[in-house]
Design a protein around this ligand. Structure first.
Ligand SMILES: [Zn+2]
Length: 355
């Protein structure tokens, strides 16, 4: 927020609270007395209101106050004299902000549409829904509901199933007879050094899919991973596992680009592989990964070690029916990370990638 805006608001908000309090007190007191009494009362209200209208950042705080003051203005714009005048000033401020948001949103959106694949995917997604609405219009609304449900089911399958190739190519095997261990969610100050020692002991190489925020916190670990001959992959900046599958193009781009930058700044290495949090991609992941020359990689064997506390069960799921060419998924930053890695390395031995 601009300094001049902050100065204006730090004057305008207390004045509004003073006027609003004065208007309330004016019901019982004569107006000059009410305005005088509103000075200490308004001061108390202004001290108490932030407890209810708290925002974590100055911008969030401003949004809350703007909404609260506009709400007050909607009910008081017909009041006469100074109260009505203040109410109208808040309605004008709200409209100005709404127009600015709309303009900024349109500018950002048109920038995103410059990537043809994103524009195409958005258009296809909207067209499919329009088609469902048209089917409802001509053949009855149960057709529209059925069409909508079908689109939603296909979308869920495409984004939530890590091996699904509908949205773009996903690498699931090594393409030769070796195995590849991939380690997600690091670097971790406790697990990464131990896993590196284990991999060295078995002369095995792995791909570490790292979270950008953690790379920023432990750049020395990322450098050590590369120094020992392993590869680092992009696993998004903040690992938004609950919301990445439905993220829009700008958030997807931010998550991928920021992680890419974090790894480059820490190590000088540019990741070539990308893995979405939990393997859940969204409509825009593939075109944006392509912009960064990233290949999207999933896995063919996993043991759910991020949620399972028993390493034996995890190893059973990973190692049973293991085949040459499999890509294995394990995690660090879990209580059983070292135990699982030891079991995987012992169980897979000769098949492991050693280049
Ligand atoms: Zn992950």
């Amino acid at each position: 927020m601009h300094l001049a805006e902050q100065r204006f608001l730090s004057l305008w908000i207390p004045l509004t609270v003073w006027v609003a309090t004065g208007a309330v007190l004016g019901r019982w007191l004569a107006m000059p007395m009410a305005m005088l009494a509103a000075i200490p009362t308004g001061f108390i209200v202004l001290s108490l209101l932030p407890l209810a209208l708290g925002g974590r950042t100055p911008v969030a705080q401003w949004r809350i106050w703007l909404l609260a003051c506009t709400l007050w203005a909607v009910f008081h714009h017909e009041a006469g004299a100074i109260t009505g005048w203040f109410a109208w000033s808040w309605i004008a401020l709200f409209l100005l902000n709404a127009m600015a948001c709309l303009w900024l949103g349109l500018r950002k959106f048109s920038g995103l549409l410059e990537t043809p694949a994103i524009a195409f995917r958005l258009a296809a997604f909207i067209d499919l829904h329009l088609l469902a609405i048209a089917a409802g219009w001509f053949f009855g609304w149960s057709w529209a509901i059925a069409g909508g449900a079908l689109i939603a089911a296909c979308y869920c399958l495409a984004v939530l199933r890590p091996s699904c190739q509908w949205l773009g190519p996903v690498r699931l095997t090594t393409g030769d007879h070796s195995l590849l261990i991939t380690i997600d969610d690091g670097p971790d100050p406790h697990d990464t050094p131990l896993l590196l020692d284990l991999l060295d002991k078995h002369q095995a190489k792995a791909v570490f899919f790292m979270i950008g925020e953690k790379v920023r916190r432990h750049p020395e670990l990322a450098r050590e991973v590369l120094r020992r001959g392993h590869e680092i992959g992009n696993h998004t900046m903040t690992h938004p596992q609950a919301g990445f599958w439905c993220a829009g193009p700008s958030r997807t781009r931010r998550e991928i680009a920021d992680c890419q930058r974090a790894v480059e700044e820490a190590t000088g290495f540019t990741p070539r592989l990308f893995r979405a949090p939990c393997g859940h991609r969204n409509l825009f992941t593939h075109p944006i990964a392509r912009e960064h020359s990233l290949e999207v990689m999933a896995w063919s064997r996993r043991g759910f070690d991020a949620v399972e506390a028993d390493a034996t069960k995890v190893l059973k799921r990973i190692l049973t029916k293991i085949e040459p060419g499999d890509i294995l998924l394990v995690h660090e930053s879990t209580p059983i990370a070292v135990e699982v890695m030891e079991g995987v390395l012992q169980g897979t031995g000769r098949l492991l990638s050693k280049h």
